[in-house]
Design a protein around this ligand. Structure first.
Ligand code: NDP
Ligand code: HSE
Length: 437
């Protein structure tokens, strides 16, 4: 089985190492030896440490490599939309099988890749694209195909989980925790994709597509990052017996006209310490799947890093290689349900709202009136002495309000109206609450 590897960085170089150290076992499992016939990179001369591969296989022309007749399987570990999309479409249309870790491309335009695979007759596997080493996509696209998945809730970004876990453990603010994540090599030099939720949103789109047999793209996902989460939010969460996590939530729902829908969102949320995802710390990932017959399932492990991600890539290489030797291909994309995507405003959530208000008679009634006018029911109200719960500033008070479940649009309108009250000095923070706290 002849392999073309595109990209030899963090993930690609570990794929090369694993292919070498496991070569005898992999050949026995597949029924044929695996051989790397080409590796495409950007800079041939880059120092890649001790790599067990003939330097002559390196090239800077990925397109030429994927077109070669002696390539059976293309492994893509480069990332990004273009030029990766062009290479993979070319490979798939030519009948090659593709294994990719590229969540950004799958979320942006997975349909084009699936169509090209169907056209060419090869396989398209991408276990590494979501939650790194965790076997998650195969269970969704195979093991659970006899069931009906109702909801997927996950922590799918290691960098932000490390940052939020550090804020929770040490009381650090976001900037300080991000600096620690960068120093330890978790956060990239440009952490935007992680901290603004783009990485998690891409993964959420892939999970939703598989769970609900519907093409869901990154643009369908409501996305909020963690840059606005403050140390005060973490303290508030603790006071409620909660912790803050960046969650991806994909769930079935029903529209006003009775049609079934799917809603997909990524945002920070408070979850109770008793929730299975609350104990997922450090840079780990975990995904909680709820299905009608199976009940609750939890997948946990390392969501990033060269070796863990390469493990998932190699698992896919074994699967597609076996299929090629047997002259079969895996079941094609399942998107028959074609459910409409629900707007975020229809999502049912709860809010935790911290207000800085003037402390005089009637303020609480005015605030409560805003909630009532928007048909949002208040679950609890806590009043502090002002100045963020520290010694009072005299005229001020802190109000912390937690709502019952309401449509997100009603909650957002409530917050807008609160900002307009002259007795509300500021809306200090707004966080969603998930998971039954
Ligand atoms: P790196 O940046 O470490 O490696 C990228 C590789 O692609 C490098 O070898 C680079 O070449 C090569 N490359 C970039 N542009 C081109 C180009 N135009 N032509 C040819 N080669 C090119 O990325 P990662 O290994 O971290 O990530 C690879 C993929 O895996 C991405 O899709 C990422 O989202 C995904 N992924 C990564 C995880 C991780 O933990 N790192 C986890 C899960 C998924 P050169 O070496 O010469 O610079
Ligand atoms: N940047 C990603 C993370 C890498 O932090 O989880 C894995 O996709």
């Amino acid at each position: 089985m002849r392999l073309a590897l595109l990209g030899c960085g963090t993930v690609g170089s570990e794929v090369v190492r694993l292919l070498h150290t496991q070569s005898a076992d992999l050949a026995a499992r597949i029924g044929a030896p695996l051989e790397i016939v080409g590796i495409a990179v950007r800079r041939i001369g880059r120092d890649r440490g001790e790599l067990p591969v003939d330097p002559a296989v390196f090239t800077t022309d990925p397109l030429d490599l994927v077109k070669r007749d002696d390539v059976d399987v293309v492994i893509e570990c480069v990332g990004g939309i273009e030029p990766a999309r062009g290479w993979l479409v070319e490979a798939l249309r030519a009948g090659k099988s593709v294994v990719t870790a590229n969540k950004a491309l799958l979320a942006e335009d997975g349909g084009t890749l699936h169509d090209a695979a169907a056209e060419g007759g090869g396989d398209l596997y991408y276990e590494a694209a979501v939650a790194g080493a965790i076997p998650l996509l195969r269970p969704l696209r195979e093991s659970l195909h006899g069931d009906r998945i109702t909801r997927v809730t996950g922590i799918v970004n290691g960098t932000t989980n490390f940052i939020l876990s550090a804020m929770d453990a040490t009381g650090a603010g976001f900037a300080e925790a991000l600096e620690e994540a960068t120093d330890l090599g978790y956060a990239e030099a440009d952490p935007t994709a992680d901290v603004e939720g783009f990485d998690a949103a891409a993964k959420a789109a892939i999970l939703a597509s598989l769970a609900f047999h519907t093409r869901v793209g990154a643009a369908d996902v409501h996305r909020e990052g963690i840059t606005e989460v403050t140390a005060a939010d973490v303290i508030s969460a603790k006071a409620m017996g909660c912790t803050i996590k960046l969650l991806c939530i994909a769930a079935r729902g029903v529209a006003a006209d009775g049609r079934e829908t799917v809603g997909v969102r990524v945002h920070p949320a408070m979850i109770p310490l008793t929730h299975p995802l609350a104990s997922v710390g450090d840079a780990f990932n975990a995904v909680f799947v709820e299905a009608e017959a199976a009940g609750q399932l939890m997948f946990y492990g390392r969501g990033a890093g060269g070796a863990p991600t390469a493990s998932a890539v190699l698992g896919d290489v074994v699967a597609v290689s076996r299929n090629r030797l047997a002259g079969v291909r895996a079941a094609s994309e399942s998107a028959y349900a074609d459910l409409p995507v629900r707007p975020m405003g229809e999502a049912l959530t709860r809010y935790h709202i911290s207000l800085d208000v003037t402390d005089r008679p009637g303020v609480l009634a005015a605030v409560a009136g805003v909630f009532a006018r928007h048909d949002v029911s208040i679950a609890t109200v806590r009043q502090g002495s002002g100045g963020g719960g520290v010694a009072g500033r005299g005229e001020d008070a802190d109000l912390v309000i937690v709502t019952h479940v309401a449509p997100d649009a009603a909650l957002a309108a409530t917050v807008r109206a609160l900002r307009g009250l002259d007795t509300v000095r500021s809306v200090a923070s707004v966080l969603r609450v998930e998971g039954g706290a």
